[in-house]
Design a protein around this ligand. Structure first.
Ligand code: HDE
Length: 728
């Protein structure tokens, strides 16, 4: 895989404006969308697909235009004329370009791909797309939850992970998150939790943050939210990349086989690249330096051929009347079943291999719905899921302007559709026939119902207990709010625990109301005494007593991100050069880095190139947060006119100087436990910057030896031991 990092994804070389009509440039290969998604009606596969609509500009009615820059006026300096139909069409259409953003998950990034079934789920489901070797086109949209469409990517938040499988038997939407539990147990509270988490209604701040009074007011009062909240406060709330996130269906679903047998399942997405995060300091810096960090990362990786992959897996449980597993209520969406107790069994592989051609048409207009189910997959009575089954169609009616959103190309099923839904806003279909009702005699009785052999969708045969009363209530098993947050806390490594303490302390320090902080501290006391004491100390508050007896839990190592090694595909390696670089060495190094799937980025004092090697970053336009590791190939001196600020360790004079921006780069990398490699003059840079040594600092006279060791260490993502451990 050869990545072309750091360039806008559709770079066109600068050219003079053509004076004659020319055919538009070829599309990028990843823009050839299947016919079902071609927005202009040009058949996929033709040379025109993915282009503008042709060489000449026209009105919406196809009349060719000779000018679109000047309105029709009564004289050169006179008023514009009402008769200018092109002006009015252009402005009117523009006035209506925006649609309401999603009420939650407004900011997203998406890609096309393919899903291949392993066949391992065949005994428990008749869903055809899970058959061995069966390939199904998919569209996956990742998102943050709280922020507006224009908010930043690396905010502390849950991430959406929604996949549309265009199966031959009807579309299946797996609309999940990167956190396996949810804030609430009953969907009726969804408007409450979202109102609490969104910005305050008076000033509309803060944007895309949970660090404010109303959020903590809600979660400290609704303690069922504490499990989801501790995941948000952990490193899972600030992923390194969409490509490095797990995904979860959250609810328990059902799989139904051809005999009608039902099995309960929980869906998991396992990223091939492992689960990694940025640190809170990095996240905050990235939000300023590159607010599009995650969407850029996804698009760049796909464009460069580094296709991200996830295995779809399931945990399975017998569909007994109790629907519990070892005391864990499977209908309670605030609970997980640890993987150590019920392993995740892989059932297929997702590969994202095509970027979207048009953000609005695809990423913005895609409409997911947990009720889009093919034969073989069904829902359970989880009260959160039940409410979602209503919400997702309803919300599109406002957002996409009517009930025909399923006709938008990105939402069209790939299975043949023959419904009796008619008319309505934005009706694009020209339906034949006179009898869209059943039974009828006028259309020859068509369409007919499918018989069993035609594999229709059959609802799971669920028995409802006789004598049930209508109640607004929930089972007692839903009342345990603290055992699983405690399980999560106890499963973390010391450094992850330290990050969690830091996150709670940061967030609660932004809360104004003392009573809310104190109430949240009681919730923390119910999770773990050390966690509570550390956060209380950070806030300068007393340590409250727990109100619940802590339950002893056995840790689930699968919940920790630390301690495993992962592939390095797409990891960004910065190479700092000075005024006297060894071009041959750099060329070799870049090739070596690229050949292992990583991305080398040359950093220098100014733009341009070193012989034929492009300089992709300068000391002024980059920060440490862009890189997973940094190699010091030189010791760049400060710019002659720079005001050099240096600490006492760098107090040497003469040649013993380092550009202060590189000093900062090295210091930040060190603080964030990134792997740093250096050789030759690079070791001087390391020394001047702060005499850095120890774990994750690799020096050797030979660049190749440095790179090998850096690569080995990067497999664990960071030099974890460099972070201070959680206080005893
Ligand atoms: Fe959603 N959610 N949600 N949600 N959700 C939406 O649908 C809703 C919940 C999730 O990329 C909305 O089209 C209710 C859980 C994702 O387009 C809306 C409840 C999970 C996305 C909606 C939940 C999710 C949404 C907003 C509680 C993880 C983005 C726009 C009963 C399993 C999909 C839209 C995309 C989007 C409602 C809870 C995931 C309003 C009522 C739990 C990934 O319909």
């Amino acid at each position: 895989m050869t990545m072309i990092p750091g360039r806008p994804s559709s770079v066109t070389p600068p050219v003079d404006e053509p004076t004659e009509p020319i055919e538009p440039a070829d599309s990028k290969p990843d823009q050839d969308t299947p016919e079902a998604r071609t927005p202009t009606g040009i058949p996929a596969g033709t040379p025109e697909a993915g282009r503008q609509q042709g060489a000449h500009l026209t009105t919406s009615q196809g009349a060719r235009l000779r000018d679109s820059d000047h309105s029709l006026k009564a004289g050169e300096r006179g008023p514009s004329l009402l008769q200018d139909h092109h002006l009015r069409e252009k402005i009117t259409h523009f006035d209506h370009e925006r649609i309401p953003e999603r009420v939650v998950h407004a900011r997203g990034a998406a890609a096309h791909g393919v899903f291949e079934g392993y066949g391992t789920a065949e005994p428990i489901t008749m869903a055809g797309f899970l058959a061995k070797g069966k390939q199904t086109p998919v569209f996956t949209r990742f998102s943050t939850v709280l922020g507006s469409r224009g908010s930043a990517d690396t905010v502390r938040d849950t991430r959406g992970f929604a996949t549309k499988f265009y199966t031959d038997e009807g579309t299946f939407d797996l609309v999940g998150n990167n956190i396996p539990v949810f804030f609430i147990q009953d969907g009726i509270k969804f408007p409450d939790v979202v109102h609490a988490a969104k910005p305050h209604p008076d000033r509309e701040i803060p944007q895309a943050q949970s660090a404010h009074d109303t959020f903590w007011d809600f979660v400290s009062l609704h303690t069922e939210a504490q499990h989801h909240t501790i995941w948000n406060m952990s490193d899972r709330g600030i992923p390194r990349s969409f490509r490095m996130m797990e995904g979860f269906g959250v609810h328990t679903f059902r799989m139904i086989n051809a005999d009608g047998d039902s099995t309960l399942v929980k869906f998991h997405w396992k990223p091939r690249l492992g689960v990694h995060s940025v640190t809170w300091e990095e996240a905050q810096l990235i939000n300023g330096i590159d607010p599009d960090f995650h969407r850029r990362d996804l698009a760049d990786a796909i464009e460069a051929g580094g296709y991200p992959q996830w295995e779809l897996g399931i945990q399975t449980f017998p569909d007994t009347p109790e629907q519990t597993f070892q005391g864990i209520d499977l209908l309670d969406p605030t609970k997980i079943v640890p993987e150590e107790l019920v392993p995740v069994q892989p059932i297929g592989l997702l590969t994202l291999n095509k970027n979207v051609s048009n953000y609005f048409a695809e990423t913005e207009q895609v409409a997911f719905h947990p009720g889009h189910l093919p034969p073989g997959i069904d829902v359970t009575d989880d009260p959160l899921l039940q409410a979602r089954l209503f919400s997702y169609i309803d919300t599109q009616i406002t957002r996409l302007g009517g009930p025909n959103f399923n006709q938008i190309p990105i939402n069209r099923a790939h299975a043949p559709v023959n419904d009796m839904l008619r008319d309505g806003f934005h009706q694009d279909a020209v339906h034949n026939g006179v009898a869209p009702y059943k039974p009828n005699s006028l259309d020859g009785g068509c369409p007919f119902f499918a018989g069993t052999a035609d594999k229709p969708f059959v609802d799971a045969a669920v028995t409802i207990p006789d004598g049930s009363a209508k109640v607004r209530a929930q089972p007692a098993s839903f009342d345990d709010h603290f055992s699983q947050p405690r399980l999560f806390w106890q499963s973390m490594s010391p450094v992850e625990q330290q990050h969690i303490i830091g996150a709670y302390t940061f967030e609660l320090s932004k809360v104004y109301e003392q009573a809310i902080k104190e109430r949240q501290l009681i919730a923390l006391a119910n999770i773990d005494a050390t966690l509570c004491a550390e956060v209380a100390a950070g806030l300068g508050l007393g340590v409250p007593k727990a109100t619940e007896q802590p339950v002893e839990m056995s840790p689930s190592p699968a919940l920790s991100q630390v301690g495993r090694e992962w592939p390095l595909d797409g990891r960004l390696v910065g190479i700092v050069t000075d005024a006297d670089p060894d071009a041959a060495q750099l060329r070799e190094l870049r090739e070596e880095i690229s050949s292992t799937g990583m991305v080398p980025l040359i950093i220098a004092a100014h733009g341009g190139s070193i012989e034929d090697i492009p300089i992709q970053r300068t000391f002024s336009n980059t920060r440490s947060v862009e890189f997973d590791a940094v190699l010091l190939a030189g010791c760049p001196a400060p710019a002659p006119d720079a005001q050099v600020s240096r600490d006492s360790k760098a107090g040497a004079t003469g040649d013993d100087q380092l550009d202060p921006r590189v000093m900062l780069l090295i210091a930040e990398c060190f603080r964030q436990a990134k792997i740093i490699g250096a050789w030759g003059p690079g070791t001087d840079a390391l020394r001047i910057a702060g005499d850095y040594s120890g774990v994750g600092i690799v020096t050797d006279p030979a660049p190749g030896a440095v790179l090998n060791e850096v690569r080995r260490l990067l497999g664990t993502h960071r030099a974890w031991d460099r972070f201070p451990a959680v206080p005893a």
